[in-house]
Design a protein around this ligand. Structure first.
Ligand code: URA
Length: 242
């Protein structure tokens, strides 16, 4: 048996203090019964604990690392040619357990999740679940509105027309532009192939977000562990029914 507010905090619902407030507000149930008294305890192995009707999920002991992948590192656990891989950038004691969730090209930088949670990884990368991934693509030339519209509505590629995407021109000079692209697919080299197809080859590509995760100001080559709130939110997004 453990105090409810402690369980909620461990599940990443809210801080312990804020969890006490949720309990006080009558938003927490144990086996269907609203529990409001402070100090109430529950056994998560025996009871279903819900907040606003949603069952809480306690951490499973999995690892979740968010890496800012630099250019020149291959997204694989081991490279047959001995080139540097993203595994070189994570702690040695985790190397045998975690693996990259999806992949970025060797010259692409940005957000890469590494985990040993296979179920979540599958949800995040399988096209069926439409988990959004956002990229900043620096391209040659400046795409006009019609070209951006093609990126949004669907580009014909050799493996089929791409699904609807978001494409926003974020800045432009005379010779180059940066587009923020949000895709819900994840085919091989998709951003590069889409931009190339509308006449604007990519010269630099950074992934800045995936599902609820953002790269923010994590320095290149560095990683951080996700906190319970982030894991919870990631699961919420990944397991949302579409
Ligand atoms: N699209 C690409 O073209 N390359 C990547 O690395 C990721 C998405």
């Amino acid at each position: 048996m453990e105090r409810l507010q402690k369980l909620l905090a461990r599940a990443g619902v809210a801080s312990r203090r804020a969890s006490e407030e949720l309990i006080h507000q009558g938003r927490v149930t144990v086996d269907g019964q609203v529990v409001t008294q402070p100090g109430a305890r529950a056994d998560p192995a025996q009871s279903v604990i819900c907040v606003d009707g949603q069952p809480i999920r306690l951490p499973t002991g999995h690892h979740y690392l968010l890496l800012h992948k630099p250019a020149g590192y291959i997204t694989t656990r081991q490279d047959q040619f001995g080139r540097p891989t993203v595994m070189d950038l994570v702690p040695a004691e985790l190397r045998s357990r975690i693996y990259p969730v999806g992949r970025l090209d060797a010259d692409t930088t940005g957000l890469l999740l590494l985990s040993d949670d296979g179920e979540l990884a599958n949800r995040l990368i399988h096209p069926r679940y439409h988990v959004p991934k956002t990229y900043l693509a620096t391209v040659e030339g400046v795409p006009n509105e019609a070209e951006l519209q093609v990126l949004r509505s669907g580009v014909e590629l050799e493996d089929g027309t791409t699904a609807p995407a978001q494409a926003v021109l974020v800045n432009a000079s005379r010779t180059k532009a940066t587009i923020r692209l949000t895709l819900s697919e994840g085919r091989n080299r998709q951003v590069k192939r889409m931009c190339e197809a509308v006449g604007h080859p990519v010269v630099k590509l950074v992934r800045i977000a995936m599902a609820s995760l953002e790269l923010d100001d994590l320095p290149e080559g560095q990683f951080r562990h996700l906190n319970p709130l982030e894991i919870n939110e990631l699961e919420r997004v990944a397991f949302a029914e579409d």
